[in-house]
Write a new protein. Structure first.
Length: 201
């Protein structure tokens, strides 16, 4: 019974800000250079460097393998307030950029469609739709973290200040805190108390 209660709590809200498709703010739940992967840093020279154009997801995975890094995928929409906040205030910060640039291939994908979409967004539309459908993106921002082989290992929904984002990034590259890695171990029969606690962290 204790195990059932602990596992069910894994689906409970954590404390960060996210927005769903209806535009309602809601608590976040827990849950990262080829020709088709255009790397840019429109935010700032010292902040997080993002790839903004992705026409083939395998090119991103190839880059991650080559650089031996995780992949941070920032799934955002144009109408999402927390998305705008983290993009304009947090990702440009030097400490955030240093951490994410060192450990991740960072990718931004706009999930919604607008009449003002630029060429990079239009070129990335097919991949963005595939990601939205495959990983059931329902609130924004959603950060998906993949290992260097393209396997999903962690998910963060919502945004916070620089310390929050760095803490979430550190958890994302630590197998002892990666949600999907721990979930796989649990499904394989590992009922260790520490594993269950980390599933809730």
């Amino acid at each position: 019974m204790k195990i059932i209660i602990i596992i069910s709590m894994a689906a409970m809200p954590m404390f960060a800000i996210a927005q769903n498709k209806k535009g309602n703010a809601k608590p976040a739940t827990k849950t990262v250079a080829k020709p088709t992967a255009k790397k840019e840093n429109k935010e700032t020279e010292v902040g997080v460097r993002f790839i903004h154009k992705v026409t083939n997801w395998n090119d991103v995975v190839s880059e991650a393998k080559k650089e031996n890094k995780y992949i941070l995928l920032d799934c955002f929409t144009t109408w999402c307030g927390p998305c705008k906040y983290v993009s304009s205030k947090i990702f440009p910060m030097k400490n955030v950029g240093s951490f994410y640039n060192e450990n991740f291939i960072n990718v931004k994908l706009q999930i919604d469609e607008t009449a003002k979409d630029n060429a990079d967004v239009l070129a990335s539309r097919k991949v963005a739709k595939e990601i939205e459908d495959k990983y059931q993106i329902a609130a924004y921002p959603t950060f998906l973290i993949f290992d260097k082989n393209g396997k999903l290992v962690h998910r963060v929904v919502g945004a916070g200040d620089d310390n929050y984002m760095i803490e979430k990034g550190k958890n994302a590259i630590d197998p002892n805190h990666q949600f999907y890695t721990l979930q796989d171990k649990y499904r394989q029969g590992n009922k260790d108390e520490k594993l269950l606690i980390n599933l809730l962290d």
